[in-house]
Design a binder for this molecule. Sequence first.
Ligand code: NAG
Ligand code: NAG
Length: 323
Amino acid sequence: MRRNSFVNTSPKFAMSAPWQRFGILLGTIGFIVVCFRVATKSSEDGDKSKHGDPDISYSSMISVPIEEVMAGDPIVLAQDDPRVTQYIWNHGYIVAPSEIDYNLTAPNKNPSMGQGQMIRKIFKDMKGGFFIESGALDGETRSNTLFLEKELGWKGLLIEADPKNYGMVLEKRRKAWSSNTCLATKPYPHKVVFRQQFNVGKIKDDSSKSMGNKTASGYAVVQCFPVYSLLSALSVSTIDYFSLDVEGVEMEVLANIPFDKVFIKTLSVEFNHVSAGKAGLRKVMEDKGYVVVGEVSHPQGLANDFIFVHHSLHELIAASKEQ
Ligand SMILES: *[C@@H]1O[C@H](CO)[C@@H](O)[C@H](O)[C@H]1NC(C)=O
Ligand SMILES: *[C@@H]1O[C@H](CO)[C@@H](O)[C@H](O)[C@H]1NC(C)=O
Protein backbone atom coordinates (compact mmCIF):
# COMPACT_ATOMS: atom_id res chain seq x y z
CA MET A 1 0.00 0.00 0.00
CA ARG A 2 1.30 3.38 -0.97
CA ARG A 3 0.17 6.88 -0.37
CA ASN A 4 0.82 9.02 -3.38
CA SER A 5 0.09 12.45 -4.60
CA PHE A 6 -2.76 12.61 -7.02
CA VAL A 7 -3.92 14.73 -9.84
CA ASN A 8 -7.56 14.63 -10.78
CA THR A 9 -7.91 14.67 -14.49
CA SER A 10 -11.63 14.03 -14.89
CA PRO A 11 -12.15 15.76 -18.19
CA LYS A 12 -14.49 18.70 -18.29
CA PHE A 13 -16.53 18.87 -21.44
CA ALA A 14 -18.76 21.64 -22.51
CA MET A 15 -22.04 19.83 -22.11
CA SER A 16 -23.38 20.55 -25.56
CA ALA A 17 -25.56 18.05 -27.37
CA PRO A 18 -23.36 15.28 -28.85
CA TRP A 19 -20.80 15.33 -26.08
CA GLN A 20 -23.24 15.41 -23.24
CA ARG A 21 -23.65 11.69 -22.69
CA PHE A 22 -20.00 10.94 -23.23
CA GLY A 23 -19.03 13.68 -20.80
CA ILE A 24 -21.38 12.37 -18.16
CA LEU A 25 -20.03 8.86 -18.67
CA LEU A 26 -16.44 9.96 -18.21
CA GLY A 27 -17.35 12.07 -15.24
CA THR A 28 -19.10 9.10 -13.65
CA ILE A 29 -16.29 6.65 -14.22
CA GLY A 30 -13.61 9.07 -13.16
CA PHE A 31 -9.94 8.43 -13.54
CA ILE A 32 -7.11 9.27 -11.29
CA VAL A 33 -3.68 9.88 -12.67
CA VAL A 34 -0.92 8.92 -10.35
CA CYS A 35 2.67 9.94 -10.38
CA PHE A 36 4.58 7.01 -9.05
CA ARG A 37 7.57 8.06 -7.11
CA VAL A 38 10.10 5.37 -7.62
CA ALA A 39 13.28 5.24 -5.68
CA THR A 40 16.17 4.64 -7.99
CA LYS A 41 19.66 4.22 -6.81
CA SER A 42 21.97 6.42 -8.80
CA SER A 43 25.15 4.55 -9.68
CA GLU A 44 27.26 7.71 -9.75
CA ASP A 45 26.01 9.06 -6.50
CA GLY A 46 27.84 6.89 -4.03
CA ASP A 47 27.63 9.58 -1.40
CA LYS A 48 23.89 9.64 -1.07
CA SER A 49 23.39 5.90 -1.10
CA LYS A 50 25.90 5.59 1.71
CA HIS A 51 23.59 7.73 3.77
CA GLY A 52 20.62 5.57 2.87
CA ASP A 53 19.08 8.42 0.93
CA PRO A 54 18.59 7.25 -2.64
CA ASP A 55 17.63 9.62 -5.41
CA ILE A 56 13.96 9.92 -6.00
CA SER A 57 12.74 10.43 -9.52
CA TYR A 58 9.39 10.39 -11.26
CA SER A 59 9.44 7.41 -13.52
CA SER A 60 5.95 6.98 -14.88
CA MET A 61 2.38 8.11 -14.85
CA ILE A 62 -0.59 5.82 -14.94
CA SER A 63 -4.30 6.40 -14.76
CA VAL A 64 -6.45 4.31 -12.49
CA PRO A 65 -10.23 4.02 -12.58
CA ILE A 66 -11.77 5.48 -9.44
CA GLU A 67 -13.49 2.12 -8.74
CA GLU A 68 -10.12 0.47 -8.28
CA VAL A 69 -9.00 3.21 -5.95
CA MET A 70 -12.15 2.66 -3.89
CA ALA A 71 -11.27 -1.02 -3.61
CA GLY A 72 -8.22 0.13 -1.67
CA ASP A 73 -5.48 -1.50 -3.66
CA PRO A 74 -2.83 -0.57 -4.66
CA ILE A 75 -3.59 3.15 -4.51
CA VAL A 76 -5.49 4.82 -1.74
CA LEU A 77 -7.03 8.20 -1.09
CA ALA A 78 -7.18 10.11 2.17
CA GLN A 79 -10.34 9.72 4.24
CA ASP A 80 -11.57 13.23 3.51
CA ASP A 81 -10.31 13.55 -0.04
CA PRO A 82 -13.02 15.40 -2.02
CA ARG A 83 -12.98 12.61 -4.61
CA VAL A 84 -14.02 10.17 -1.91
CA THR A 85 -16.95 12.28 -0.73
CA GLN A 86 -17.94 12.96 -4.33
CA TYR A 87 -17.84 9.23 -5.04
CA ILE A 88 -20.07 8.58 -2.05
CA TRP A 89 -22.74 10.95 -3.37
CA ASN A 90 -22.40 10.02 -7.04
CA HIS A 91 -22.85 6.33 -6.34
CA GLY A 92 -25.71 6.56 -3.88
CA TYR A 93 -23.69 5.39 -0.87
CA ILE A 94 -25.67 7.81 1.27
CA VAL A 95 -29.46 7.77 1.03
CA ALA A 96 -31.60 10.62 2.33
CA PRO A 97 -33.99 10.22 5.27
CA SER A 98 -37.48 9.02 4.41
CA GLU A 99 -40.12 11.71 4.28
CA ILE A 100 -43.07 9.41 4.74
CA ASP A 101 -44.46 7.66 7.83
CA TYR A 102 -42.54 4.91 9.60
CA ASN A 103 -43.31 1.31 8.72
CA LEU A 104 -42.38 -0.32 12.01
CA THR A 105 -43.27 -3.74 13.37
CA ALA A 106 -43.71 -2.50 16.95
CA PRO A 107 -44.01 1.31 16.83
CA ASN A 108 -44.45 1.81 20.57
CA LYS A 109 -41.64 -0.38 21.82
CA ASN A 110 -38.13 0.96 22.31
CA PRO A 111 -36.18 -1.94 20.79
CA SER A 112 -32.81 -1.02 22.32
CA MET A 113 -31.42 -3.51 24.83
CA GLY A 114 -30.39 -0.70 27.18
CA GLN A 115 -27.81 1.32 25.28
CA GLY A 116 -30.36 3.73 23.79
CA GLN A 117 -32.04 4.14 27.18
CA MET A 118 -28.73 4.95 28.84
CA ILE A 119 -27.89 7.53 26.16
CA ARG A 120 -31.28 9.21 26.71
CA LYS A 121 -30.51 9.39 30.40
CA ILE A 122 -27.01 10.81 29.82
CA PHE A 123 -28.40 13.51 27.55
CA LYS A 124 -31.45 14.09 29.78
CA ASP A 125 -33.80 13.56 26.84
CA MET A 126 -32.05 16.22 24.80
CA LYS A 127 -33.72 16.90 21.49
CA GLY A 128 -32.13 17.12 18.07
CA GLY A 129 -28.84 15.31 18.55
CA PHE A 130 -26.89 13.44 15.88
CA PHE A 131 -26.14 9.72 15.98
CA ILE A 132 -24.32 7.09 13.95
CA GLU A 133 -25.44 3.47 14.24
CA SER A 134 -23.36 0.67 12.74
CA GLY A 135 -24.50 -2.02 12.11
CA ALA A 136 -28.03 -0.85 11.81
CA LEU A 137 -29.36 -4.38 11.13
CA ASP A 138 -32.93 -3.86 9.82
CA GLY A 139 -33.30 -0.42 11.37
CA GLU A 140 -35.70 -1.62 14.08
CA THR A 141 -34.60 -4.91 15.68
CA ARG A 142 -32.61 -3.95 18.81
CA SER A 143 -32.02 -0.51 17.31
CA ASN A 144 -30.20 1.76 19.74
CA THR A 145 -31.19 4.90 17.89
CA LEU A 146 -34.80 4.45 16.74
CA PHE A 147 -36.30 6.11 19.81
CA LEU A 148 -33.76 8.94 19.83
CA GLU A 149 -34.89 9.67 16.29
CA LYS A 150 -38.60 9.01 16.74
CA GLU A 151 -39.21 10.51 20.18
CA LEU A 152 -36.53 13.18 20.39
CA GLY A 153 -36.06 14.20 16.77
CA TRP A 154 -32.42 13.20 16.52
CA LYS A 155 -30.89 13.04 13.07
CA GLY A 156 -28.31 10.48 12.21
CA LEU A 157 -26.64 8.02 9.91
CA LEU A 158 -27.52 4.34 9.81
CA ILE A 159 -24.81 2.11 8.36
CA GLU A 160 -25.53 -1.47 7.37
CA ALA A 161 -23.15 -3.56 5.30
CA ASP A 162 -25.41 -6.49 4.46
CA PRO A 163 -27.45 -5.62 1.35
CA LYS A 164 -30.33 -7.84 2.52
CA ASN A 165 -30.56 -6.14 5.90
CA TYR A 166 -30.15 -2.74 4.29
CA GLY A 167 -33.21 -3.38 2.11
CA MET A 168 -35.17 -3.86 5.33
CA VAL A 169 -33.72 -0.62 6.77
CA LEU A 170 -35.21 1.27 3.82
CA GLU A 171 -38.60 -0.39 4.38
CA LYS A 172 -38.72 0.95 7.96
CA ARG A 173 -38.54 4.48 6.53
CA ARG A 174 -36.25 5.84 9.18
CA LYS A 175 -35.82 9.61 9.36
CA ALA A 176 -32.05 9.25 9.28
CA TRP A 177 -29.52 9.14 6.49
CA SER A 178 -28.54 5.60 5.63
CA SER A 179 -25.70 3.84 3.92
CA ASN A 180 -25.29 0.33 2.55
CA THR A 181 -21.60 0.19 3.34
CA CYS A 182 -19.25 -1.17 5.94
CA LEU A 183 -17.07 0.96 8.15
CA ALA A 184 -13.50 0.78 6.96
CA THR A 185 -10.95 -1.08 9.01
CA LYS A 186 -8.24 0.96 7.26
CA PRO A 187 -7.76 4.72 6.95
CA TYR A 188 -9.01 4.77 3.35
CA PRO A 189 -11.89 3.32 1.32
CA HIS A 190 -11.62 -0.40 0.59
CA LYS A 191 -13.78 -3.40 -0.15
CA VAL A 192 -14.44 -6.52 1.89
CA VAL A 193 -16.13 -9.86 1.58
CA PHE A 194 -19.04 -9.80 3.94
CA ARG A 195 -20.73 -12.87 5.33
CA GLN A 196 -24.48 -12.31 5.30
CA GLN A 197 -26.11 -13.67 8.43
CA PHE A 198 -28.72 -11.19 9.74
CA ASN A 199 -27.58 -10.09 13.20
CA VAL A 200 -24.15 -11.70 13.23
CA GLY A 201 -23.10 -10.91 9.69
CA LYS A 202 -19.50 -9.87 9.59
CA ILE A 203 -16.44 -9.11 7.56
CA LYS A 204 -15.13 -12.41 6.36
CA ASP A 205 -11.97 -11.21 4.77
CA ASP A 206 -10.67 -7.72 4.38
CA SER A 207 -9.59 -8.14 0.83
CA SER A 208 -12.34 -8.57 -1.72
CA LYS A 209 -9.76 -10.04 -4.08
CA SER A 210 -9.53 -13.22 -2.05
CA MET A 211 -13.01 -14.16 -3.17
CA GLY A 212 -12.70 -15.38 -6.72
CA ASN A 213 -16.46 -15.65 -6.86
CA LYS A 214 -18.51 -12.62 -6.16
CA THR A 215 -21.81 -14.40 -6.36
CA ALA A 216 -21.21 -17.19 -3.85
CA SER A 217 -24.43 -17.41 -1.92
CA GLY A 218 -24.40 -15.92 1.54
CA TYR A 219 -21.48 -13.64 0.74
CA ALA A 220 -21.38 -10.16 -0.69
CA VAL A 221 -18.59 -7.84 -1.68
CA VAL A 222 -19.22 -4.59 0.14
CA GLN A 223 -17.65 -1.17 -0.23
CA CYS A 224 -16.28 0.20 3.03
CA PHE A 225 -15.65 3.84 3.83
CA PRO A 226 -13.96 5.31 6.86
CA VAL A 227 -16.44 6.86 9.31
CA TYR A 228 -14.73 10.17 8.63
CA SER A 229 -15.40 9.95 4.87
CA LEU A 230 -19.12 9.45 5.44
CA LEU A 231 -19.20 12.29 7.97
CA SER A 232 -17.27 14.54 5.60
CA ALA A 233 -19.83 13.79 2.89
CA LEU A 234 -22.56 14.92 5.30
CA SER A 235 -20.49 17.88 6.58
CA VAL A 236 -20.96 16.61 10.14
CA SER A 237 -18.16 16.90 12.67
CA THR A 238 -19.98 16.54 16.00
CA ILE A 239 -21.64 13.28 16.91
CA ASP A 240 -23.65 13.02 20.10
CA TYR A 241 -23.88 9.25 20.07
CA PHE A 242 -22.05 6.57 18.09
CA SER A 243 -23.45 3.06 18.41
CA LEU A 244 -20.77 0.65 17.22
CA ASP A 245 -21.50 -3.05 16.89
CA VAL A 246 -19.68 -4.57 13.96
CA GLU A 247 -19.08 -8.12 15.18
CA GLY A 248 -15.38 -8.03 15.90
CA VAL A 249 -13.74 -5.18 14.00
CA GLU A 250 -14.69 -2.45 16.48
CA MET A 251 -11.06 -1.77 17.42
CA GLU A 252 -9.98 -1.40 13.79
CA VAL A 253 -12.84 0.99 13.04
CA LEU A 254 -12.05 3.09 16.12
CA ALA A 255 -8.34 3.14 15.33
CA ASN A 256 -9.02 4.90 12.05
CA ILE A 257 -11.24 7.68 13.37
CA PRO A 258 -9.42 11.03 13.50
CA PHE A 259 -10.68 12.01 16.95
CA ASP A 260 -9.02 15.41 16.56
CA LYS A 261 -11.25 16.22 13.60
CA VAL A 262 -14.57 14.77 14.74
CA PHE A 263 -15.95 15.20 18.22
CA ILE A 264 -17.82 12.13 19.37
CA LYS A 265 -19.47 12.80 22.72
CA THR A 266 -20.67 9.32 23.64
CA LEU A 267 -20.32 5.81 22.27
CA SER A 268 -21.63 2.37 22.96
CA VAL A 269 -19.21 -0.29 21.77
CA GLU A 270 -19.84 -3.98 21.85
CA PHE A 271 -16.91 -5.67 23.55
CA ASN A 272 -17.81 -9.32 23.13
CA HIS A 273 -16.12 -10.01 19.81
CA VAL A 274 -13.29 -7.49 20.07
CA SER A 275 -9.93 -9.11 19.35
CA ALA A 276 -8.06 -7.15 22.03
CA GLY A 277 -10.69 -8.16 24.58
CA LYS A 278 -12.81 -6.08 26.89
CA ALA A 279 -9.86 -4.63 28.81
CA GLY A 280 -8.01 -3.83 25.60
CA LEU A 281 -10.96 -1.89 24.23
CA ARG A 282 -11.36 0.03 27.45
CA LYS A 283 -7.68 0.95 27.49
CA VAL A 284 -7.69 2.16 23.90
CA MET A 285 -10.72 4.37 24.50
CA GLU A 286 -9.32 5.73 27.75
CA ASP A 287 -6.19 6.69 25.85
CA LYS A 288 -8.41 8.59 23.42
CA GLY A 289 -9.94 10.56 26.28
CA TYR A 290 -13.06 8.57 27.10
CA VAL A 291 -14.37 7.29 30.40
CA VAL A 292 -16.54 4.24 30.87
CA VAL A 293 -19.78 5.36 32.52
CA GLY A 294 -21.58 2.08 32.27
CA GLU A 295 -21.86 -1.37 30.88
CA VAL A 296 -24.98 -2.70 29.28
CA SER A 297 -25.55 -6.41 29.28
CA HIS A 298 -28.45 -8.64 28.52
CA PRO A 299 -29.23 -12.05 30.01
CA GLN A 300 -29.29 -13.71 26.58
CA GLY A 301 -26.13 -11.97 25.45
CA LEU A 302 -28.02 -9.60 23.16
CA ALA A 303 -26.02 -6.66 24.54
CA ASN A 304 -22.47 -6.50 25.84
CA ASP A 305 -21.52 -2.90 25.51
CA PHE A 306 -19.40 -0.29 27.18
CA ILE A 307 -20.90 3.19 27.32
CA PHE A 308 -18.16 5.77 26.84
CA VAL A 309 -18.41 9.52 27.44
CA HIS A 310 -15.72 12.02 26.52
CA HIS A 311 -13.91 13.04 29.72
CA SER A 312 -14.50 16.76 29.09
CA LEU A 313 -18.30 16.42 29.28
CA HIS A 314 -18.80 16.66 33.04
CA GLU A 315 -22.55 17.21 32.87
CA LEU A 316 -23.07 14.09 30.81
CA ILE A 317 -20.88 12.05 33.14
CA ALA A 318 -22.81 13.36 36.14
CA ALA A 319 -26.14 12.57 34.46
CA SER A 320 -25.00 9.00 33.84
CA LYS A 321 -24.62 8.52 37.60
CA GLU A 322 -28.00 9.87 38.63
CA GLN A 323 -30.47 7.37 39.96
C1 NAG B 1 -43.36 -2.54 5.71
O1 NAG B 1 -42.45 -3.44 6.33
C2 NAG B 1 -42.70 -4.80 6.06
C3 NAG B 1 -41.65 -5.60 6.80
O2 NAG B 1 -41.68 -5.33 8.17
C4 NAG B 1 -42.62 -5.09 4.59
O3 NAG B 1 -42.94 -6.44 4.34
C5 NAG B 1 -43.56 -4.17 3.84
O4 NAG B 1 -43.38 -4.36 2.44
C6 NAG B 1 -43.32 -2.73 4.20
N1 NAG B 1 -44.28 -1.89 3.55
C7 NAG B 1 -43.94 -0.96 2.68
C8 NAG B 1 -45.08 -0.20 2.07
O5 NAG B 1 -42.78 -0.72 2.41
C1 NAG C 1 -18.55 -19.50 -8.56
O1 NAG C 1 -19.86 -19.91 -8.28
C2 NAG C 1 -20.39 -20.81 -9.24
C3 NAG C 1 -21.85 -21.06 -8.89
O2 NAG C 1 -22.13 -20.90 -7.53
C4 NAG C 1 -19.53 -22.08 -9.23
O3 NAG C 1 -20.03 -22.99 -10.19
C5 NAG C 1 -18.10 -21.74 -9.55
O4 NAG C 1 -17.28 -22.87 -9.44
C6 NAG C 1 -17.58 -20.65 -8.60
N1 NAG C 1 -16.26 -20.21 -9.01
C7 NAG C 1 -15.25 -20.05 -8.15
C8 NAG C 1 -13.98 -19.56 -8.74
O5 NAG C 1 -15.33 -20.31 -6.95
